[in-house]
Design a protein around this ligand. Structure first.
Ligand SMILES: [Zn+2]
Length: 408
């Protein structure tokens, strides 16, 4: 396999999660009688540019035919995050009625609604029809396509260059990272700024967040790798912030390498130094991850088996991609975990891919009164624990599996 960024031969294996179906291919009741396609799920590290990446698969395109879409506005904490981002950016970069903001992967308009509220002209780019439609209902203009150099050049030709571009939780999901990043270098005005948020590889390694690995997630990014990839595609990173979102993310600030005038900040230098000190650019840093993931899956299985022997009722919360990786890798089936609650009506009455655990609405939780609720999206533990605090009324407890089994 060749590195998606630098084309060097990639041979250093980071983790082998064996096989699983695409994480968002939820199964309908009718489809239960048919088979599912399981694909290998292996991640490698490029020892030339240190981009950590999933292996390429045969029949790659057919993996993404799912009609399911994630709607960002279902998470209240994420909405707050977006509102605060817009407020901070508008102030720092003095955005107003003369500015233009473009968001790539604008989803259902969860972020651009706050841009619009402040009277700043904006445009969304979102290839998923259902979420794009939801954004339009908020009065936001959306281009229903994939972002890259071709679209960027068209926008520039239409005098629609950007003062600010936002791209949250999409950089890691694009197969052609070079074309994607180069598009931002083209679409920015001379002094424009691009920000990107993505889960930080250091947190993934530190906390063994192996369940954030799935097929649609092509890259696992360190600041070191991003700095290199951006520089080779016409963007210069000039600042970085560490965020608590998605188990620990980075917000990277970049400008055009040819015209950007901002100084690289001390925070950027400090984080590059920390990564260097941790050994991000050395093969040893990536060793032992598999064994740690195996311990987590064993602990989860032991807990579920013991709970069953003890006659406890167990259910799960959050039919998210993370849960699918964890449950399929661990080999959990509905005999140990009979249901998972999700607030999104589009997922209810379907089944998790692979393990085929039924997805139910929250009323089911109240009727069943489980002793344990396993929160699959552990990054939302605080939010979910508050939202479901009523399970304490019957002595229910919350469980998370990553970075280690925790019951409270
Ligand atoms: Zn590489």
């Amino acid at each position: 396999m060749k590195c998606r960024h630098c084309q060097a031969a990639v041979t250093l294996q980071f983790i082998d999660l064996e096989t699983s179906p695409p994480s968002n291919s939820y199964v309908t009741a009718a489809a239960l009688r048919g088979p599912e396609k399981w694909y290998p799920l292996r991640v490698y590290t490029c020892t030339n540019c240190w981009l950590v990446q999933t292996e390429d698969y045969a029949h790659f395109s057919e993996m993404f035919s799912s009609d399911y879409a994630y709607f960002s506005s279902f998470s209240t904490s994420w909405l707050k995050h977006a509102d605060e981002y817009v407020s901070a950016m508008a102030q720092r970069f003095e955005l107003g009625a003369q500015s233009h903001v473009i968001e790539v992967a604008s989803n259902d308009g969860y972020l651009l609604q706050y841009v619009k509220q402040r009277g700043i002209p904006c445009l969304g780019v979102e290839p998923t029809a259902s979420t794009a439609a939801a954004a339009r209902e908020k009065g936001i203009e959306v281009l229903e396509e994939f972002f890259g150099v071709a679209l960027a050049d068209r926008l520039v030709a239409q005098s629609r260059s950007a003062d600010l571009t936002a791209a949250n939780n999409v950089l890691a999901h694009v197969p052609d990272i070079n074309d994607f990043v180069a598009g931002f270098a083209r679409v920015l005005k001379a002094d424009g700024v691009s920000t990107f948020e993505f889960p930080h590889l250091m947190r993934l390694v530190e906390q063994c967040q192996f369940d954030t690995i799935y097929h649609e997630h092509f890259s696992y990014l360190s600041l070191t790798a991003v700095d290199t990839i951006f520089a080779r595609n016409g963007l210069q990173v000039f600042d970085v912030q560490e965020l608590p979102t998605h188990g620990g993310s980075l917000r990277v600030f970049a400008q055009r390498a040819d015209t950007g005038r901002r100084e690289r900040t001390a925070a950027l230098a400090a984080l590059l130094e920390r990564e260097s000190g941790a050994g991000v650019a050395s093969a040893g840093y990536y060793a032992g991850f598999q064994e740690r993931a195996n311990t987590i899956k064993d602990e989860l299985m032991s807990f579920l088996i013991q709970a069953k022997r003890d006659g406890k009722r167990v259910g799960a919360y959050g039919a998210a991609a993370k849960g699918n990786t964890l449950l399929n890798y661990a080999g959990v089936r509905s005999n140990l975990l009979p249901w998972v609650v999700d607030r999104n009506p589009a997922k209810q009455d379907k089944y998790l891919p692979g393990c085929r655990i039924p997805i139910v609405d929250e009323a089911h939780l109240k009727q069943t009164r489980p002793d344990y609720v396993v929160i699959l999206p552990w990054n939302l533990r605080t939010e979910v624990t508050a939202q479901l605090s009523y399970i304490r009324d019957w002595g229910g407890k919350f469980v998370t599996a990553v970075p280690h089994l925790e019951i409270s």
